[in-house]
Design a protein around this ligand. Structure first.
Ligand code: SF4
Length: 724
C-alpha cells in the first residue's frame, strides 16, 4: 500500500492497528460516504502486534465519522438570545481565563473543575492535569475512566502496590483456561475475542468459562456459562476459592513467599460452601464445581473482565477477590496466566499513566502520597505544597458541586455526561444550573452542548499527532494525516494556551506534541509504567512498543526489534510486586450484593451494557449509516416467562421506572436474559431517541475505594405503555 498512514483505531482499548489511505487513489474512483463526502479508506494493519490486521465494524467505518456535524469554530452563548454565536479563539480564551481567575479568587481553586476523557491522547491528558494540579492548585481533574476502569485501577493498586494490567494479548493464545467475567468481549472488545475464540476452537483442551447474567454472544462460545444473579460475583469467587482450598488445588509456596494476608482471606472463604454459593448465585452446584475444577486443574488461568465487575458499588472488592484466585493458585507472572482488565476507551491506559484521574499523578503516582507529590512538584518546578494533598472531585462529585453551588467553573472535554452519567435527570438539572460550562468537543450537536456557555472545537484522531496506550500496555503513535476542520485545535494546545494566558508562559510553551510527550516520558522514569526510553522518533521507527520500556528493551541504533523474545510483555515475572515488601496482598471481602436490589415496588433488576456496533453515547457512531442500520433503535430484553406474566408482546413499548426516572423501550422477548432481570443498551441519548436514556434509571452509589458508580444495575418496575 502506498501513501498510507499507520495508526490505531480510536474507539476501544483493544487498540487495533489501522492503515488509512487518502480518498483519491490513482486509477480509482474517489472513496465517498453515503452523502457523497470524500472519505479516507481504512483497513487493518497486518503488522500491528495487537490486532494483526483484524478490525471490527467500528474501526472499519471510523473515517465516515470525520466529516458530518463537526464543530468548526469557537461559539459563545449570547446572553440576550440564548443562542450560540461564532466568536474568535481570542474572545473565547479571554472569557475562559477571566472566568477561571474570577472563580479562583472568589470561591477558591476547589471551585474549578475539568472532566476529561479516555478519548484524549496522552499529551492532552498530561497538559490538562498539569494545569489543574500543578498550577491552579486544584486536583479536580477527573475523566470518564472514572465510570469505566477506576475499580480495576484501585484493585491493582491494593493487590499489587501499583496500577497496570500484568498480562498481554499473547496470553489469550497461551492459556489453558480463560475466565471471562462481566465482559461481553465478543461485542465490546471483538478483536480480543476473535483471537481467543480461534485459539479455543483449535485447542479443545482449553476451557472457556463465561460468567454473565445474560447469555451473550460471548457466553455462546463458552464451555461453561454461569448465569449468576447480578451482584453475586464475590460469592462466586469466594465459592471457587472454597473448593480450591478443599481440593488442595492451591500454590502454597507462592502464597508463603509472594503474598500477605492469606489467613484473613482463608477465614472469609470458609463461609462460602457450594450449597450457599449456588443458592446465592442462582446456579447449579455442579456448574460451580465445574468452574472450580477448570480453574484448579489448569496450569495457566487467564481472567478477563470489564464493566461487569468495575461498575459496581463494590467494584474494587470484586476485582481484588478475582485477583485472590490468581494469587492462591500462583496464576500470575507467567505466559497465559494472570488477571487482565480490558479497558473501555482507546487511551484510558494513557490517562492512568499521565495522572488523568483526580486521585493520581503522572507515572502511577498518588495524590495522597507526600513523596509522590514532592517528586512531581520538583519536576514541574513549582513550590513545595502546591499540589493539594487530598484527591480532587470525581466526575459525580463535580455534578454534586454544581448542585450546591461549590463548583463555579466546569470544563468538559471529549465526553458526553448528559447521557453517560448516572441518575441522568439529576445530572442534567445540575448541568443546567452550572454558572459557567466550557464544552470542548469535535461534534455539534451533542446532548452536553445544550448545557454549555462556550463551545470549543477540538481536532480529533487523524487531525493531530499523539500517543495512545492500549489494554496490553502497547504504546502507539497516532499521526496526523488530515487537516482539522475550520479552526479546530488539538486539546493539549487549547489547555496549554489557557496555561500561558494564566501567566505560566514557560511551563506551557511547547512547539509541538512531540515535546509534550518528551516531558511526559521523563516524569515516568523509574516508575512502574516507565516509558522514559520512548519517543515519537522511536515509535515511528519501530512501530508500537510496550512499557515498561527503559531497562528492558533498549532498541539501540541499528538493533533489530525482537518482539517475540522481549522481556516486558508481562509484569511480575519475578513474582516481586510493587508493594514495600514485594509481596502481593490478598483482599478479604464478604459480598454485600447490589446497592439497590429489587423489591416489591421495583421487582426487576435492570442491567445496562453495550452493543457490537455502537460506541458509548453515539457521538461518532450515531453519524455512521452502516452502524445505525445494524442497531437502529434501543430495546429492552425480557425473559418470555416475565413477558407472559405481564402480557407483554414482542415490540410492546414498555415504560420502565426506577426511583429516579423513567424511560421507554420496545420489548425484545428472549431467553438470553434470566427471569427477573432486564437488559437495555446504554447508547441512546436525547439526540438519537426520545425518552430512551438508560441512565435516567441508574443510580450514582459508588464503590468506596474506586468511587466508580454502580452504572450496571438498578431496581425497576415495568408496565406496558403501548402494544404494537
Ligand atoms: Fe477499534 Fe476496538 Fe474494533 Fe479494534 S476492536 S477495530 S480497537 S473498536
Amino acid at each position: 500500500m502506498t501513501n498510507s498512514t499507520k495508526t490505531i483505531c480510536p474507539y476501544c482499548g483493544v487498540g487495533c492497528g489501522l492503515e488509512v489511505l487518502p480518498p483519491a487513489q490513482p486509477g480509482k474512483a474517489v472513496n465517498r460516504d453515503s452523502e457523497g463526502n470524500p472519505i479516507w479508506q481504512v483497513r487493518g494493519d497486518r503488522s500491528h502486534p495487537s490486532s494483526k490486521g483484524k478490525i471490527c465494524i467500528k474501526g472499519g467505518t471510523v473515517s465516515e465519522s470525520l466529516v458530518k456535524d463537526r464543530l468548526k469554530y469557537p461559539m459563545m452563548r449570547d446572553s440576550l438570545t440564548d443562542e450560540f454565536r461564532r466568536v474568535s479563539w481570542d474572545e473565547a480564551m479571554e472569557a475562559i481565563v477571566n472566568r477561571m481567575q474570577k472563580v479562583r479568587l472568589t470561591q477558591g481553586p476547589d471551585a474549578l473543575c475539568m472532566y476529561g476523557s479516555g478519548q484524549f491522547q496522552t499529551e492532552d491528558y498530561y497538559i490538562a492535569q498539569k494545569l489543574f494540579k500543578g498550577f491552579l492548585g486544584s486536583n479536580n481533574f477527573d475523566a470518564n475512566s472514572r465510570l469505566c476502569m477506576s475499580s480495576a485501577v484501585a484493585g491493582y493498586i491494593q493487590s499489587f502496590g501499583s496500577d497496570g494490567p500484568p498480562c498481554c494479548y499473547e496470553d489469550l493464545e497461551l492459556t489453558d483456561c480463560a475466565f471471562l467475567i462481566g465482559t461481553n468481549t465478543a461485542e465490546c472488545h471483538p478483536i480480543v475475542f476473535n483471537r481467543l475464540r480461534l485459539y479455543h476452537k483449535k485447542n479443545r483442551k482449553v476451557k472457556m468459562v463465561v460468567v454473565d447474567p445474560r447469555r451473550t454472544q460471548t457466553a455462546e462460545a463458552a464451555d461453561l456459562h454461569l448465569a449468576i444473579k447480578p451482584g453475586t460475583d464475590i460469592d462466586l469467587f469466594n465459592g471457587i476459592a472454597y473448593l480450591l482450598m478443599r481440593w488442595g488445588r492451591i500454590d502454597s509456596l507462592f502464597i508463603d513467599e509472594c503474598t500477605q494476608n492469606f489467613p484473613a482471606y482463608a477465614e472469609v472463604i470458609r463461609h462460602y460452601s457450594p450449597e450457599l454459593v449456588a443458592r446465592k448465585c442462582g446456579i447449579r452446584i455442579q456448574d460451580l464445581e465445574k468452574a472450580a475444577k477448570y480453574w484448579g486443574e489448569s496450569q495457566r488461568v487467564l481472567s478477563l473482565w470489564s464493566m461487569g465487575l468495575n461498575q459496581s458499588s463494590e467494584g474494587t472488592a470484586k476485582v481484588r477477590t478475582l485477583i485472590n484466585l490468581h494469587l492462591m493458585t500462583g496464576d500470575i507472572g507467567k505466559p497465559g496466566a494472570g488477571p487482565f482488565s480490558l479497558t473501555g476507551q482507546p487511551n484510558a491506559m494513557g490517562g492512568r499513566e499521565a495522572g488523568g484521574l483526580c486521585n493520581i499523578l503522572p507515572g502511577y503516582r498518588l495524590v495522597n502520597n507526600p513523596q509522590h507529590r514532592a517528586e512531581v512538584e520538583q519536576f514541574w518546578g513549582v513550590r513545595p505544597g502546591t499540589i493539594q494533598p487530598q484527591r480532587g472531585r470525581t466526575a459525580w462529585e463535580m455534578i454534586q458541586g454544581l448542585e450546591t453551588g461549590e463548583v463555579g467553573f466546569l470544563w468538559i472535554a471529549a465526553t458526553n455526561p448528559a447521557v453517560s452519567m448516572p441518575d441522568l435527570k439529576r445530572t442534567q438539572a445540575a448541568l443546567k444550573r452550572s454558572p459557567f460550562t466550557v464544552y470542548q468537543d469535535a461534534y455539534y450537536p451533542t446532548e452536553t452542548a445544550t448545557y454549555a456557555h462556550i463551545l470549543l472545537p477540538a481536532a480529533q484522531w487523524s487531525e493531530k499527532t499523539g500517543v495512545m496506550t492500549n489494554s496490553e500496555r502497547v504504546v502507539n503513535l497516532c499521526p496526523q494525516f488530515r487537516d482539522p476542520p475550520g479552526e479546530a485545535r488539538a486539546d493539549w494546545e487549547i489547555f496549554a494556551e489557557v496555561g500561558r494566558r494564566l501567566g505560566f508562559e514557560k511551563q506551557f510553551s511547547f512547539p509541538n506534541s512531540a515535546q509534550v510527550y518528551a516531558e511526559f516520558v521523563k516524569i515516568t522514569e523509574g516508575r512502574p509504567c516507565d516509558s522514559s526510553g520512548l519517543s515519537y522518533e522511536k515509535l515511528r521507527r519501530y512501530g508500537p512498543l510496550q512499557w515498561p520500556y527503559a531497562d528492558t528493551w533498549p532498541c539501540l541504533e541499528g538493533e533489530e526489534l525482537d518482539r517475540q523474545n522481549r522481556t516486558n510483555k508481562r509484569l511480575y515475572t519475578d513474582f516481586c510486586f510493587n508493594t514495600p515488601d514485594g509481596r502481593a496482598r490478598f483482599g478479604a471481602y464478604h459480598s454485600r450484593g447490589l446497592a439497590e436490589p429489587s423489591d416489591q415496588a421495583y421487582p426487576f433488576v435492570l442491567t445496562t451494557g453495550r452493543l457490537y456496533g455502537h460506541w458509548h453515547t453515539q457521538t461518532r457512531t450515531g453519524r455512521i449509516p452502516k452502524i445505525n442500520k445494524k442497531h437502529p433503535e434501543p430495546f429492552i430484553e425480557i425473559h418470555p416467562r416475565d413477558a407472559a406474566k405481564l402480557n407483554i408482546k414482542e415490540n410492546s413499548l414498555l415504560e420502565v421506572r426506577s426511583r429516579r426516572g423513567k424511560a421507554y423501550f420496545p420489548a425484545k422477548i428472549t431467553k438470553e436474559i434470566a427471569p427477573g432481570t432486564l437488559f437495555v443498551p446504554m447508547h441512546w441519548g436525547a439526540l438519537w431517541a426520545e425518552n430512551a436514556e438508560a441512565n435516567a434509571l441508574t443510580h450514582p452509589t459508588a464503590c468506596p475505594s474506586s468511587l466508580q458508580p454502580e452504572l450496571k444495575t438498578c431496581a425497576v418496575q415495568i408496565s406496558i405503555a403501548r402494544v404494537n
